[in-house]
Design a protein around this ligand. Structure first.
Ligand SMILES: NC(=O)c1ccc[n+]([C@@H]2O[C@H](COP(=O)([O-])OP(=O)(O)OC[C@H]3O[C@@H](n4cnc5c(N)ncnc54)[C@H](OP(=O)(O)O)[C@@H]3O)[C@@H](O)[C@H]2O)c1
Length: 367
């Protein structure tokens, strides 16, 4: 009798959860829209969601897709929303504010979770939810966009076949232009600590605390250390205890980055943050379609071990935002097909080091 009741609850939950292919929260943001358009093109039916009625209803009408307006501050409404699909693709950030209510709702409603964050603290927190996620039968996959799919896959690749790697350096070539959300996340982190991983510990350091030279194919260029998401995720994927992430930069920008510590108090001031957010909202619109269709992104990684052996490779991919839409949607579909075990994952632990090679234009070269 009790068993029957449980089964019938699961069945009604299953049928409700299959109502839509997935829920796209943050659907009317720059990247959310790209994902919604791509899903529509692929014949999928996501339930579009977000906190503002007007932009959401306009997008839903244009794509002829269903939508629901709700904020992340109403747990009961969020649970009701999540009961309508097996998985949510969470595209609303900064994730320091948006990840926790959504992940908690996913655990309550047994809904798989995918996002496109690149925020180190967010990855670290979501990783702590791995056990509850396993118990709930839920996959948690943050970082399914440009940050960190290509870098995570390359990290897994350069560490594979190298005996007990101890050090990992990952370098990205700076993006041609960024979206409003990426810029707002960057403003939020202005004046905050940078990070690297030392002996397995997340360690706070100054921005550009170290530098190195790398060759993306046009000779050796300067790269300065920055806090990229792999400080958290590459540790989960590879177990390498010492990780530094870098961005290729000019000597002038490197000097400016190094001097940022002197300005930290100013960059963190509420008035400065408010001014910067206003400037971002006014001026930043994100890469144009032409840029998304023509630009490329570049990633380089090197793993080393205690006996001096190393493995180095670089990767060329399509433009970062186009890749983010494609890779996050692909990850969402694979997880809903049951291809990934429950618990916390990085892109490489979920789909392997070659996942990135499945996207048009990806080229990996051993160096
Ligand atoms: N991993 C990657 O490579 C990658 C690539 C692209 C984007 N991202 C990240 O993804 C996020 C979105 O980027 P975007 O370019 O699409 O930014 P965007 O155009 O600014 O859109 C952000 C979306 O999030 C919503 N949002 C923000 N805070 C919210 C909150 N507290 N509650 C509910 N909704 C909230 C916004 O709604 P309102 O307009 O109502 O505020 C908007 O719909 C950013 O965090 C960005 O850093 C990462």
């Amino acid at each position: 009798m009790v068993e029957e009741q449980v089964n019938s609850k699961n069945m009604s939950q299953d049928s409700a959860q299959n109502q839509y292919d997935f829920i796209l929260y943050g659907a009317y943001g720059y990247t959310g829209k790209l994902i919604a358009e791509l899903a529509h093109k692929q014949g999928l039916t996501p339930l579009l969601a977000g906190r503002k009625e007007e932009p959401l209803s306009q997008l839903a009408a244009r794509l002829n897709l269903p939508y629901e307006t709700l904020g992340l501050d109403a747990p009961a409404d969020l649970d009701r929303l999540l009961s309508k699909a097996p998985i949510v693709l969470h595209a609303a950030g900064p994730y320091s504010a948006t990840a926790q209510p959504m992940v908690e709702a996913c655990l309550r409603t047994h809904t798989h979770y995918v996002d496109i964050t690149g925020e180190i603290e967010v990855f670290e927190w979501i990783a702590t939810q791995s056990e509850p996620a396993k118990q709930a039968g839920v996959v948690l996959l943050p970082g399914a966009g440009f940050d960190v799919v290509p870098t995570d896959c390359l990290a897994a690749y350069v560490t594979s076949g190298l005996e007990r790697p101890t050090h990992l350096d990952i370098v990205i070539k700076s993006l041609s232009s960024v979206s409003r959300g990426t810029a707002l996340t960057a403003v939020e982190n202005l004046g905050a600590s940078s990070y690297c991983r030392v002996n397995g510990k997340l360690t706070s350091v100054d921005l550009a605390h170290t530098s190195r030279f790398v060759d993306f194919g046009k000779g050796q260029r300067l790269a300065a250390s920055i806090p990229w998401g792999d400080i958290a995720t590459a540790y989960q994927s590879t177990g390498v205890p010492n990780i530094v992430t870098y961005m290729q930069t000019s000597p002038r920008s490197y000097r400016m980055m190094r001097s940022a510590k002197s300005w930290r108090w100013l960059l963190k001031a509420k008035s400065v943050q408010k001014f910067m957010r206003k400037q971002v909202n006014k001026r930043i619109t994100g890469p144009t379609e032409e840029v998304r269709e023509t630009a490329n992104s570049f990633v380089w990684a090197e793993a080393r071990n205690a006996s001096g052996a190393s493995k180095t490779a670089r990767l060329t991919t399509m433009e970062a935002y186009k890749l983010t839409a494609l890779s996050s949607l692909e990850a969402t579909q694979r997880i809903s097909r049951g291809e990934v075990d429950a618990g916390f994952h990085t892109p490489a632990t979920a789909f392997g080091a070659d996942f990135i090679l499945e996207f048009e234009g990806s080229i990996r070269e051993d160096l």
